[in-house]
Design a protein around this ligand. Structure first.
Ligand code: T4K
Length: 403
């Protein structure tokens, strides 16, 4: 199997390697029997949401896995970010990377806080602490680091900066459930951290997320805010401004059923990562983003950086080739939040301060991983990329002529 000539590529009329699409973000499904058992139980008990028994159990299990005092599960990570930002009292300006999913920036702007986009460290793809220092103004109230691809930010230096400059420090850990930094699980750093359990994450609750913190007062505020500000001691007592950030029992049941198989998901991701590593080794101009194997990882994100000056073919043409073969690769996080609305209009010159973000956004491709892809699929994907990179200029010429 496998294509050996560029004429055989689907982009030039050949038969696609894959009959059915292979997606990035294909959900992992937990223990089905257990899930259906929980589902029956939920229906039987007629307790569907509002801090139900499964929500409480999921919170306890997650807190214990992470080793954190409070884990508050939520309807999704975006609302979780909005709530914790408000609970921390962030206002004015908050420093964030532009190289992230748009939700990180929107969760600030949604509440009239200005996201100040800061450049990244090309090695970690996360906030560059030196650049952070330079972006601090008298209006800055906080920093949000994003553990991109589950690879931790420079937590120590960001913590030191936040402490010295009197700023709140929050981590968007949407990608980083199951990952550690210097032996401590992500979820234990900064003032709080936020996880996403969206369907596309390796551990999912359909939609969902969680906030973790060791701060009792903050946790109490978040619990109030996620339930309209209702006091926990009286039915009719609203003591705070709040919204609805609750997770349903069905989502929590999915989470509990997924927890039963979480080690299996990570093993599959890890083996897939190794297969990609082998399949993409020594391709000039193609670099697989690696994970530090001495830490805990979820190995969910398979990201390559392509360098057109070496391969002779643009990243977008590589994606075009993959799509034609039915590999639905993604360009996370292109073009960067600062190039999306409303930020593009608000800060038309932001790009001048974000050269490394722009460079990385031009190079990245996210490839399928998880239990829905086999090692055979991955070997084929690698072969297509190798073929594209080895014949870059010729393919590029043909594709450009066809446009
Ligand atoms: N912070 C960061 C750093 C994040 O990456 C995210 C979310 C958040 C915050 C916010 O978390 P949540 O509020 O969502 O909990 C997807 C996800 O929807 C989003 O959760 C995720 N990051 C982001 C990186 O990816 P889109 O707009 O790219 O989704 P979509 O619909 O294009 O689907 C992505 C891929 O997954 C496709 O290849 C199809 C596949 N897919 C998707 C779903 C929902 C499936 O195969 N099955 C499914 O059920 O945002």
């Amino acid at each position: 199997m496998g294509k050996s000539s560029i004429e055989a590529l689907a982009v030039f009329g050949g038969k696609p390697v894959f009959e059915n699409p292979l997606y990035v973000g294909r959900p992992n499904i937990g223990d089905r029997d257990l899930f259906f058992k929980y589902l029956n139980d939920i229906l039987e008990r007629r307790w569907l949401t509002n801090n139900g028994q499964y929500v409480q159990e999921l919170q306890r299990k997650l807190a214990s896995m992470i080793g954190v005092k409070h884990c508050i599960v939520m309807c999704n990570a975006t609302i979780a970010l909005e709530i914790v930002i408000r609970a921390l009292g962030m206002t004015g300006e908050v420093i964030v990377p532009s190289f992230t999913f748009i939700a990180t920036a929107h969760s600030l702007q949604w509440q009239q806080i200005t996201p100040v986009f800061c450049d990244i460290d090309p090695e970690t793809n996360c906030l560059d602490p030196l650049a952070v220092e330079k972006m601090i103004t008298p209006r800055t109230t906080g920093i949000i680091g994003v553990h991109v691809w589950g690879r931790p930010c420079n937590v120590e230096v960001l913590t030191e900066i936040a402490r010295r400059r009197g700023l709140k420090l929050l981590f968007d850990a949407a990608h980083a459930f199951g990952c550690s930094y210097k032996g401590k699980m992500i979820g234990r750093f900064g003032d709080a951290e936020v996880f996403s359990f969206h369907a596309t994450k390796f551990f999912n609750t359909f939609e969902g997320g969680a906030i973790t913190t060791d701060n009792d007062e903050l946790a109490e505020k978040i619990r109030l805010m996620k339930n309209f500000g209702f006091s926990r001691t009286s039915y009719d007592d609203v003591i705070y401004i709040g919204t609805n950030g609750k997770m349903s029992e069905v989502s929590a049941a999915m989470g509990l059923a997924s927890l039963e198989r979480i080690n299996e998901f990570i093993d599959v991701n890890y083996n897939n990562y190794l297969t990609y590593k082998k399949g993409l080794a020594d391709i000039p101009g193609v670099r697989l983003i690696s994970h530090n194997e001495s830490e805990s990882n979820n190995y969910q994100y398979i990201i390559i950086e392509t360098d057109e000056s070496v391969t002779g073919i643009s990243r977008d043409n590589v994606v075009k080739i993959l799509h034609a073969e039915n590999v639905r690769a993604r360009r996370y996080f292109y073009p960067g939040c600062h190039q999306m609305e409303p930020y593009k209009s608000y800060f038309p010159h932001a790009r001048l301060l974000l050269p490394r973000t722009e460079e990385l956004a031009r190079r990245v491709i996210s490839l399928p991983n998880g239990t829905a892809v086999s090692s055979g699929d991955i070997s084929e994907i690698c072969r297509i990329i190798r073929l594209a990179a080895a014949n870059g200029p010729e393919i590029q010429k043909k594709l450009n002529a066809a446009d």
